[in-house]
Design a protein around this ligand. Structure first.
Ligand code: NIG
Ligand code: FE
Length: 393
């Protein structure tokens, strides 16, 4: 018989459960003066601290807040090198262009498996120390059959949420033959990559892949059991968001330039709108209007987009603060989107909430409430992290 150890975290001033049937009845399901009981890797009980059942261990939260571990549903961590010079040029007035991706492709192809894996581990550790307990990551800096498959194999050592992004840009090797590159992505590259990934993504944007190419690639992925997600409407208005909804993609990511038809589509479909404020911050681009997107009835996720070009941050608290300050979200909405919203974008129900049966992913904040994540930007508020019931920070 296996026995597990139970741990109670008690005297939590504000517990974000993300279960509206609990606590204050808002989407955050806030319970005041709360406790959480963990058994093995699961949450088994939440409620008022005074009613907590007896457990093997107890941790006194001391009047601090607890939120679900952050779910970072969009990152590009399998890469080598950085793009400091490009960032410097941008901060001197040069615009962001997806062409910089080629710099990272060259550095990534030249790196060893060990270097790439160590890089992923390093950014993952950074993210964990800032409260991220689940993250998705993509290929997209290899752009050959071997380099894309290698990126996915390396990603899969670190997370189950792996996305094939062979269609990041047309490979420089196919500069004169974009149709040939689409054939490669949907043929031999997909054959080599499908076994290592859960998702397929396309950068549907002027200068990357147009609507027909993106539909061809995503449909080919679907036929191989990879579910779509789409880089959509980042640099300008385009067909990406509507295509994402048409294909029932799990998420349309960026959503910076949306018209009313895009908003209607997001409001009616089940595709999550994933906002990536680190990208607007680091490219000095216009902010997406989260109020409009929420007003349309869409589900919104927040994510870092961590990559060396457009958004070199692994910090979900930073993204929460930006979303509140610059995208019009309330602190409650931003915290929900960084946890339950990210889980929805990954079509997961076992994470992003603190309720019985959920994976025990919890962040103890050095603050009395989750609002401080936006109210105290740049301050390291993550005091402790449990991932699948294990204290990791
Ligand atoms: O999500 N937009 C496409 N891909 C990344 C940027 C990649 C890069 O600049 O290296 C993004 O912003
Ligand atoms: Fe991205």
């Amino acid at each position: 018989m296996t026995t597990t150890t139970t741990t109670a975290i008690t005297h939590i001033a504000n517990l974000v459960t993300n279960d509206p049937s609990l606590g204050d009845g808002t989407p955050l399901g806030l319970i005041r003066d709360a406790a959480v009981v963990i058994d093995g890797d699961r949450v088994v009980w939440t409620g008022e601290s005074s009613k907590a059942p007896a457990t093997d261990n107890a941790v006194d939260a001391g009047g601090r807040a607890v939120v679900p571990g952050f779910v970072d549903s969009h990152s590009h961590l399998v890469f080598a090198g950085d793009r400091t010079a490009e960032f410097n040029a941008r901060m001197s007035g040069r615009p962001y262009s997806a062409g910089g991706i080629r710099t990272t492709v060259a550095a990534t192809r030249a790196a060893s498996d060990d270097e790439l894996s160590a890089n992923v581990a390093r950014y993952l550790d950074e993210a964990l120390r800032q409260g991220t307990t689940t993250f998705e990551t993509k290929s997209g800096y290899g752009l050959t059959v071997e380099d894309e498959a290698r990126a996915l194999r390396i990603a899969a050592r670190h997370t189950d949420e792996v996305t094939f992004l062979g269609a990041h840009i047309v490979s420089p090797d196919y500069a004169d033959d974009p149709a040939g590159y689409v054939d490669l992505v949907t043929g031999p590259m997909l054959d080599a990559c499908a076994p290592h990934a859960r998702w397929i993504d396309v950068f549907c944007e002027r200068g990357a892949f147009d609507e027909d190419q993106a539909r061809t690639i995503l449909t080919a992925g679907l036929a191989r059991g990879l579910h779509p997600r789409v880089h959509a409407n980042q640099l300008g208005h385009g067909p990406g968001v509507r295509l994402a909804v048409e294909l029932d993609a799990a998420s349309a990511d960026h959503c910076t330039h949306l018209d009313d038809a895009d908003l209607d589509a997001l409001g009616q479909g089940s595709t999550v709108a994933t906002l990536l404020p680190g990208a607007e911050f680091s490219t000095r681009a216009a902010w997406p209007d989260a109020r409009r997107i929420l007003g349309a009835g869409a589900t919104v996720a927040l994510s870092t987009d961590c990559n060396p070009g457009s958004s070199f941050t692994s910090s979900m608290p930073f993204c929460i603060a930006l979303a509140v300050r610059d995208m019009g979200m309330t602190p409650d909405e931003a915290v929900w989107s960084a946890t339950a919203g990210g889980a929805a974008a990954l079509r997961r129900t076992d994470i992003g909430r603190i309720t019985p049966g959920a994976r025990a992913d919890l962040v103890l904040l050095d603050a009395p409430s989750h609002v401080h994540l936006a109210y105290r930007p740049g301050v390291p508020l993550v005091r402790a992290v449990w991932r699948a019931g294990e204290r990791t920070v």
